[in-house]
Write a protein that binds this ligand. Structure first.
Ligand code: SF4
Length: 188
């Protein structure tokens, strides 16, 4: 039986906890910055586009929410706003645009056509963009009123604020061709 003196006391450090604390603070800071500096890629195809213009104009002034800069290059945007009907011929283009955006990125489905095909229940129209890309916020309405759009934007901002943000991706880099070869030979 071990004597009481043989038992080493467990030294509990709070290093891990402290790391977690700093990571959380950094994440919160990044989330705060990101949610108020959204760069929109407006993928506008139909009548909802008028409502998007209305939200961007001075009366509703989306600039109050830090999302006033439309970017027409997906590489410079982090919020894809799909505005209007998407037909099947456009679907691969929309998917390509989404894939060309850098992480982190978010998608807003603007109006019922983008969300579910709307009343275009036919062979030519995509029955919801979530069949090809992930969607963060759905805005209902045909077309949605500008207040609804701003409400959807605030929901997205809330979501961004709650997400975990990292300074850099710690993921392993993709293996090179030589590493692939080595891994394959080890698995034989
Ligand atoms: S939801 Fe209504 S307003 Fe918007 S694109 Fe479809 S039909 Fe047009």
């Amino acid at each position: 039986m071990a004597a009481e003196t043989d038992i080493a006391p467990v030294i509990a450090t709070r290093r891990d906890e402290a790391m977690g604390f700093f990571q959380r603070m950094v994440s919160k800071g990044l989330g705060w910055a990101r949610k108020y500096s959204l760069f929109t890629y407006p993928f506008a195809t139909a009548c909802c586009g008028m409502e998007f213009m209305s939200v961007a104009a001075s009366r509703y002034d989306i600039a109050r929410f830090g999302a006033e800069f439309p970017r027409f290059s997906p590489r410079q945007a982090d919020m894809l706003m799909v505005v209007g009907t998407i037909n099947l011929k456009q679907a691969p283009i929309l998917k390509r645009v989404y894939e060309q955006m850098c992480e982190p990125k978010w998608v807003v489905s603007f109006g019922v056509c983008a969300s579910s095909g709307g009343f275009y229940d036919n062979y030519a129209v995509l029955q919801g963009i979530d069949r090809i890309i992930p969607v963060d916020v759905y805005i209902p309405g045909c077309p949605p009123r500008p207040e609804q759009v701003l409400d959807g934007l605030m929901l997205l901002q809330e979501k961004i604020g709650r997400q975990v943000h990292r300074v850099a991706d710690k993921g392993e880099p993709n293996p090179t061709a030589a590493q692939h070869h080595l891994l394959a030979s080890m698995n034989k």
